[in-house]
Ligand binder design. Structure first.
Ligand code: SAH
Length: 360
């Protein structure tokens, strides 16, 4: 199944063991006549005790440790740059084994921290208001790379304070479905995984309607939908995915989404001055959402150089929110954190050329 390989020039091209599901690792062990219960032991070393070397797995025999070490690696992402904003938001620029880059953002809240992670290098969705879209799509992250963002940030920063994970960084998580679902499995595994609660994990989608149904079937995490417009012509222009899955199909998928009791779908709505921020938009939005178990996150546009849009004035944002509240919707205005280090929604690009002294 996996070719064993030699170390070359100090770099390893052995597969990352974090890319293996429990079943695949069990199959690898079985081929070598080793019992399945070792899988749990190995996973606990990786995700709970978070060791870097197979030799540290002291409840495995030396022979098994050697065999694991000759076939697999336990990769860490390289932190190429770490920036801290005045509000405490920290942005990690990670370099992956093939030299590609992704960003993760750690956002302080009152009594916990939220980690915003990436699911792809770049993004293929092409949303007109998003900086990540400008670089185009490079590749999917592996499950191991998704998990490594969480594991590595938990190790370097505020270990026990990170309670919430949001897939709102670079990429479209539902376009990298299999790796996403496997990563979610390990993130929420309370026995030998990273032990996050399903209720504290949110997957955000630009609206891949058929995959939303899959997510509802395969997982128990929260769903967020980036709606951003209330009419097809506007949404077509802002989010090209709307031409494949227009509002009708998207909202139909929301209606059929198997929500666990007491949960709601979050609808994100980027407010763009004079594009989608009128009182009529607010009224249409409330109409679209009133039959659903929904809550709304309004995100005033985060500007970046060369952007074709502007952030609405604050009165406009508050007026939009007021109309929704009057229609009994729960509405939050998402204050943007870390804007001066380009760590806010839609500002991740991972194209910064870091200076050496920024690295550690
Ligand atoms: N592809 C996924 C997740 C990444 S984007 C999705 O589309 O949901 C995360 C959120 O940031 C989305 O709701 C998106 O609409 C929003 N966003 C993107 N660019 C933005 C910007 N410049 N200002 C404010 N929000 C933005």
């Amino acid at each position: 199944m996996f070719q064993c390989c030699q170390e070359k020039n100090g770099l390893t091209d052995k597969p990352d063991i974090k890319d293996l599901t429990q079943d695949r690792l069990a199959a690898w062990l079985e081929e070598r006549g080793i019992e399945r219960y070792r899988v749990q032991q190995i996973f606990k070393w990786i995700y709970i005790r978070q060791v870097d070397r197979f030799q540290e797995m002291t409840d495995l025999g030396k022979d098994l440790r050697d065999r694991l070490a000759s076939c697999f690696s336990i990769r860490r992402l390289t932190v190429q740059k770490l920036q801290t904003a005045e509000d405490g938001t920290r942005k990690f620029l990670f370099r992956l084994a093939d030299g590609a880059h992704v960003e993760s953002v750690l956002i302080p809240e009152r009594d916990h921290e939220t980690l915003c992670i990436s699911s792809q290098v770049g993004c293929a969705m092409g949303c007109a208001f998003c900086l990540t879209a400008r670089g185009g799509f490079i590749r999917n992250l592996t499950a191991g790379e998704i998990l490594s963002q969480v594991r590595d940030v938990c190790r370097t920063a505020s270990k026990n304070r990170i309670t919430n994970i949001v897939f709102m960084g670079m990429g479209e998580p539902l376009a990298n479905y299999d790796h996403l679902v496997y990563a979610l499995e390990i993130l929420t595994d309370s026995d030998c995984g990273l032990k996050f609660s399903n209720r504290k994990i949110t997957v955000s989608t630009a609206g891949l309607a058929p995959k939303m149904a899959d997510l509802g079937r395969d997982t128990r995490v929260n769903l967020a939908v980036s709606l951003n417009a209330t009419q097809n012509p506007t949404r077509d222009l802002l989010m090209p995915i709307n031409r494949r899955f227009p509002l009708e199909a998207l909202l139909d998928a929301c209606h059929h989404y198997p929500l666990p009791p007491t949960r709601r779908i979050t609808f994100e709505y980027v407010l763009l001055a004079d594009i989608n921020d009128t009182p009529e938009d607010a009224r249409r939005l409330s109409k679209l959402l009133s039959p659903l178990k929904a809550k709304v996150n309004l995100i005033p546009f985060n500007e970046f150089e060369g952007a074709a849009f502007r952030r609405p004035r604050q009165e406009r944002v508050l007026g939009f929110q007021k109309i929704l509240i009057e229609k009994n919707l729960t509405v939050m205005i998402r204050e943007s954190k870390g804007t001066e280090i380009s760590a806010a929604c839609g500002q991740l690009s991972a194209n910064a050329l870091p200076r050496q002294e920024d690295c550690f």
